[in-house]
Design a protein around this ligand. Structure first.
Ligand SMILES: Cc1cc2nc3c(=O)[nH]c(=O)nc-3n(C[C@H](O)[C@H](O)[C@H](O)COP(=O)(O)OP(=O)(O)OC[C@H]3O[C@@H](n4cnc5c(N)ncnc54)[C@H](O)[C@@H]3O)c2cc1C
Ligand code: SF4
Length: 353
């Protein structure tokens, strides 16, 4: 491992100043960063350890029903916060479907947003990878790419963003609160991750030294709590990243008509992928299997394979239809301790849509 400076700031201002140095990185729980450093994928000159910074580990409620989640809140503490899980059940469900209990106990909110892709060529320093080293090429383009992106990719990079947590967050209009040398700014999560274009090494809109201090969810998101679910399809039922996942949240009136709809997908794009056209198509429809199947097809209509991954287009349509059916059936009173197999059929669902 390359030698590096290690600094432990005691305030946000000190952290931001320390991270302005060239090749500096923040360290939260290190569950992603340390693996990357050990593999030689990331070779920072300075590690700014923010894990001891005060004031970043609170879950705060706004009087209007929104919530502000500190950057250092762990994935487990957030998922198991009863008031949070009551109001934002799809977010808790996504958190519980990620990684393992041990990792969730350590991994932080901001670290989850900032985690790097799981593209195997990115982790293999013998492979060409424009994201790891700009301008070197992309071995995934002609390689094993059945797990890669079907939306938002470019000829420079076809990797996906691996987070579960970000998927319901983007569906529910989460906002990222950022501190930098000129003070604070807010960025909608939907605008936070960049598409690769010609510069896949630039993954977010963060400027050098900028620090995520919190993520906020608006009160309107809590208003969708009665019909909100997350569904993740992966190669094993636990401890694996999503092939395709989807979050859905609905408002349904007494006649069974949909009055608000939120849909986002994971595992299909270089960022959490909001399906706005499919959402709009659901407004005014009866909450039934036909409407959900149509929404699934609409959500994937603009997808294009980037290699051996055309199966994700069919899979994505089915995952969207199924998560909508689960959301319409109503949020369960208690989230399962372990996520159920996505292949288990629930009451009222069709086996294939
Ligand atoms: C075996 C394994 C399985 C996993 N499975 C899943 C899964 O199924 N689903 C899923 O979503 N995730 C999964 N993960 C990823 C895991 O959730 C992330 O590693 C974790 O969320 C990162 O959080 P951290 O606090 O450890 O971040 P770190 O590793 O400390 O940091 C990660 C990145 O975030 C940056 N960073 C951290 N905090 C800030 C901040 N406040 N501001 C700006 N930048 C910051 C760091 O500089 C670094 O680049 C898995 C990880 C492992 C190791
Ligand atoms: S898909 Fe992206 S991350 Fe994977 S090898 Fe190509 S450039 Fe690198």
């Amino acid at each position: 491992m390359k030698p590096f400076d290690y600094v432990r700031p005691t305030s946000i201002e000190e952290a931001v100043a320390a991270a302005r140095a060239p090749d500096a990185v923040y360290l939260a729980a290190g569950t992603n960063l340390l693996d990357l450093m050990k593999a030689g994928v990331t070779r920072p000159a300075r590690v700014v350890d923010i894990s001891y910074l005060p004031g970043l580990n609170a879950i705060e409620r706004d009087p209007d029903g929104g919530v502000r989640i500190g950057a250092l809140v762990t994935n487990a503490d957030l998922a198991h916060d009863e008031a949070f899980a009551d109001d934002f059940p799809a977010v808790a469900e996504a958190l519980l479907s990620g990684a393992s209990a041990q990792l969730r106990n350590a991994a932080t909110v901001a670290g989850n947003l900032m985690q790097r892709t799981r593209c195997r060529y990115f982790y293999d320093t013998a492979s060409a990878c424009n994201k790891r080293t700009a301008g070197t090429g992309c071995d995934a383009l002609g390689g094993h790419n059945d797990g890669h992106a079907v939306f938002g990719w470019s000829d420079a990079c076809i990797a996906t963003h691996p987070s579960d947590f970000c998927v319901p967050l983007v569906a529910l209009d989460a906002v990222v609160e950022i501190a930098g040398e000129n003070g604070r700014r807010d960025v909608a999560l939907d605008e936070f991750h960049r598409l690769p274009g010609d510069t896949p090494d630039q993954e977010t809109v963060l400027a050098p030294g900028e620090l995520i201090v919190a993520v906020r969810l608006p009160a309107e998101a809590a208003g969708l709590r009665a019909h909100a679910r997350y569904l993740k399809v992966r190669e094993r039922t636990s401890y694996a990243f999503a092939l395709v996942s989807a979050a859905a949240a609905l408002a349904i009136d007494d006649d069974g008509t949909i009055t608000d709809a939120r849909i986002a997908l994971g595992g299909v794009a270089p960022k959490p992928w909001r399906a706005r056209t499919a959402e709009q198509g659901l407004i005014g429809c009866k909450a039934d299997a036909d409407a959900f199947a149509a929404a699934g097809r609409t959500a994937m209509a603009a997808a294009r394979p980037s290699g051996d991954n055309a199966h994700k287009i069919t899979l994505g349509a089915r995952v969207v239809a199924r998560v909508l059916a689960r959301a319409a059936a109503g949020t369960p009173r208690e989230l399962p301790a372990l996520p159920a197999s996505p292949f288990a059929i629930q009451a009222g669902e069709l086996a294939h849509v």
